[in-house]
Design a protein around this ligand. Sequence first.
Ligand SMILES: [Zn+2]
Length: 439
Amino acid sequence: MRIKVTMKLIIHRGTKEIGGSCVELQSPKARIIIDLGMPLVNDRNERFDNKIIEGKSISELVENRTLPKINGLYAGEQKEIDAVLISHPHQDHYGLLKYINPDIPVYLSKGSLALIQASDIFIPTKTNIQSSITFKMWKPFDINDLTITPQLADHSGFDSASFLIEGNGKKILYSGDLRGHGRKGILYQKALEHPIKYLDYLLLEGSMLGRSTCLFPSEKAVEDEMASIFKNKSNIAFVFCSSQNIDRIVSIYRAAKRNGQITVIDLYTAYILDSVKHISKHLPQYWWDDIRVIYLKSHADALVKNGVKSFLYDCKHNKIEIKDINNQKDRIVMITRDNLYFTKLLKYIDDYSGIEAIYSQWEGYLENNNLQDSLKQKGITLQKIHTSGHAPEPDLQRLVNTFKPKCIIPIHTFFPENYKLLFPDYEIKKLNDGEELIL
Ligand SMILES: [Zn+2]
């Protein structure tokens, strides 16, 4: 008698939300988890409060549904999971890794591992990956009866992968997060030119569904707009962005360079960039002529505490002090974040007139904070120059119409019901979190 081969898919979280991504795939011989992210929202769709995980045990976190209920995944349990795959180094895709059984291998790209380990130095809740296996993009590897091919994707997360998973006569693509308008947009074009054929299931991210379109159409447009602002500036330009958005750091650096200006980064950003220098020679580094590093006590303390005090000496040659910034304000472009340090820094700037303040990350973060107002009080207008890390609807449609998957499964979206409208010619399988689907 022929044994029936079954594969099972369970989206533990992500069928109706962005954040906390977690997918399980079971085959006759393997059980794998793809992504294990920190939630961004709670059950009531309010912003997830990281405080609710502090000091909690694994069973308490499963109980309060921060951790998906997956037997054999977590520390202290009998191991039943063969591998955890991480698509990219964004917290909402890897942020709960620290709870897994340390014997379970974590497969991820070199860049993802480097960024996660570098971040560990600066965040109190460390991920501390115990058993990591770095994969090469486009090079298939096996986990028992499953063959996984990581595919480099264009995304605001560094060294991001989509996963093509094949086994037991099925072909599944987990999109991860992706776009086609970033610095690696060529990857999206290439995917259209050489589509994956005979795809059974496409787990497709839909972050941009139901959102207004990107402020700017591409990373290149972001760079150009910044360059034109920097060109005529008479004072410092502050750019608020995530130091982990490497594409954006490059855009800011290039825009400054085009005008012969200096990009000031903090120690944290310098360390993050240094951690990925082996991935690309083109990423700005602290020792470059037109980069300066500003030392913040909290960053210096974190480096010392984690045994990398030497980095403080490494950056010393390019260290910049506030007085040097005040002396050449028109030449300074400073990458910063909306935090107490920025408020403090502003106090040391001796003249506010002509300051450019650019918000270069998702606008949603501006809600519930008073950055705009506090800048306004000083006569500074906050401009928004940003493009999304995710593909807008037309790009998703192009991808689907080229790949022609037999079935699309919505994931990483607040609007799974929109998939039917967006892809009317395709079968859409809308799942619930935790629901089993036999493939
Ligand atoms: Zn992401």
